[in-house]
Design a protein around this ligand. Structure first.
Ligand code: SF4
Ligand SMILES: [Zn+2]
Length: 343
C-alpha cells in the first residue's frame, strides 16, 4: 500500500541525524541466552552503519532504529573501529550477537569483505554467532561463503517477519516483503544447517489489543515448523515513526503486559520445543509495553525469566486489579477508533 509507504518516507524527509562518534558502536553489553538448551553468557554489539536500506526507502511503521544509524555511507575502517572498541569489553562469551540498525547481509550496509573481517574477529572464541537480515539479502551464495570460511561456528539469522498476515504486514507495518519471501529464506537457512530466529511484532499500529493477540497466535502457528526461536517484540514508541505520530495524538497505546503473557502461554503450547522469548524494550514506561505501573515490575521479571527457562508456571502468581481494565479493553476497543489509551 503506497499511502503507508509514502507517509513513512514523508516523516523522514526532514530528519537530520544527530552528531555521532562513528568509532564507537551504538552499544554493547552482556546478557544471558541459550545455546542447545543451556543458559550461557551472550555478548551483544549494535553497530552504527548507514542504516537499513528499507528505512532509506521508507521504512516500517514502528521502526526508529535509523535514529541510531549514521544515515550516510560508512567506511570499513569506521565499522572495524567500532568492533575493536566492543572487543575491548568482550570477555570470551560463547554467544555473540552482531546487530546493525538493519541487515548484516545487506552489501550496501556491510560489504562482503567487511562481513568476513567482522566474523573473523569473533569466530575463534565464540561458538554461536547471531545476526539479523531481511529475507531478500539471504542467498545461498552468502551462506555458502560464510559457512566454508567459518566451519566450527553455529550461525543464527534473525528475520523480522512481524506477522504471518500479508495484509497486516502491508497495511499496518509497511514491511515491504511477503510471507513467502520469509518462508523461502527460512527454508534456505534450515537447509544450510543454520538456525532461524523469527521476530513477531506484538501490536502493530491500527490493530486493537484483541486483534494483536489473535494475530500473534496465528503467526506463531504458521511458523512453528520454520523457525528455531520465536522472539516476541512488543511495539514500543520510537522517535520519528508512524507509531509515534499516532501515540502523540492519543491513537496508539503500546501492548498490555497481560497480552504478552497471554501470547506466551498460547505460544508455548503451540511451539512445544521451539524456543520463545520476549525482550521488552522500554517495558513499564509510557512508550513501552505496560500495565498499570503497580504490577509492571513483577510482570517484566516473570517474562524475562520465562524467556530463559521456558517455564509457564512463572506466570501463575501474576495478579493485579488492572486485569479487569485489560479485559474491558479486549471487549470494547473494537467499538471505538484505534487504541483505548491510558487516562
Ligand atoms: S524494522 Fe527492520 S526492516 Fe523495518 S525499517 Fe527497521 S530495520 Fe528496516
Ligand atoms: Zn496492574
Amino acid at each position: 500500500m503506497k499511502e503507508l509507504e509514502n507517509w513513512s518516507r514523508e516523516l523522514k524527509k526532514n530528519y537530520t541525524p544527530y552528531e555521532q562518534d562513528s568509532s564507537k558502536p551504538v552499544s554493547c553489553w552482556n546478557e544471558k541466552d541459550v545455546i542447545s538448551g543451556k543458559i550461557v553468557d551472550a555478548f551483544v554489539i549494535i553497530l552504527k552503519t548507514r542504516g537499513c536500506s528499507w528505512a532509506h526507502n521508507s521504512g516500517c511503521s514502528m521502526c526508529g532504529y535509523f535514529n541510531d544509524s549514521l544515515w550516510r555511507d560508512s567506511s570499513n575502517e569506521e565499522i572495524i573501529n567500532q568492533i575493536n572498541y566492543a572487543m575491548e569489553k568482550y570477555s570470551d562469551q560463547k554467544f555473540v550477537k552482531i546487530f546493525t540498525s538493519g541487515s548484516f547481509l545487506d552489501d550496501e550496509e556491510i560489504n562482503p569483505e567487511l562481513r568476513f573481517e567482522i566474523i573473523g574477529k569473533i569466530s575463534k572464541k565464540a561458538k554461536k554467532i547471531s545476526f539479523e537480515s531481511r529475507p531478500e539479502y539471504i542467498t545461498s551464495e552468502k551462506i555458502t561463503s560464510i559457512k566454508s570460511k567459518f566451519q566450527r561456528n553455529i550461525f543464527e539469522v534473525g528475520m523480522g517477519l512481524e506477522s504471518s498476515s500479508d495484509y497486516i504486514r502491508d497495511r499496518a507495518i509497511n514491511k515491504g516483503f511477503n510471507f513467502s519471501d520469509y518462508k523461502d529464506a527460512a527454508l534456505l537457512l534450515k537447509k544450510s544447517g543454520w538456525e532461524v530466529k523469527t521476530y513477531v511484532l506484538v501490536k502493530p499500529p491500527f490493530l486493537t489489543e484483541k486483534q494483536a493477540i489473535d494475530d500473534c497466535n496465528q503467526t506463531i502457528k504458521k511458523i512453528k515448523n520454520l523457525t528455531d526461536t520465536v522472539s516476541l517484540n512488543p511495539t514500543n514508541v520510537q522517535s520519528n515513526t508512524i507509531v509515534e505520530y499516532l501515540w502523540k495524538r492519543g491513537q496508539y497505546r503500546p501492548p498490555w503486559l497481560w497480552s504478552i503473557v497471554e501470547i506466551l502461554k498460547n505460544a508455548k503450547k503451540t511451539l512445544k520445543d521451539v524456543r520463545i522469548k520476549c525482550d521488552i524494550v522500554g517495558g513499564g514506561g509510557i512508550r513501552g509495553a505496560h500495565n498499570c505501573r503497580l504490577c509492571d515490575k513483577g510482570f517484566l521479571q516473570s517474562i524475562n525469566e520465562f524467556s530463559l527457562l521456558q517455564d509457564l508456571t512463572l506466570f501463575d502468581d501474576l495478579n493485579c486489579g488492572c486485569f479487569d481494565k485489560w479485559v474491558d479493553c479486549l471487549n470494547f476497543e473494537r467499538f471505538g477508533f484505534g487504541s483505548l489509551v491510558d487516562m
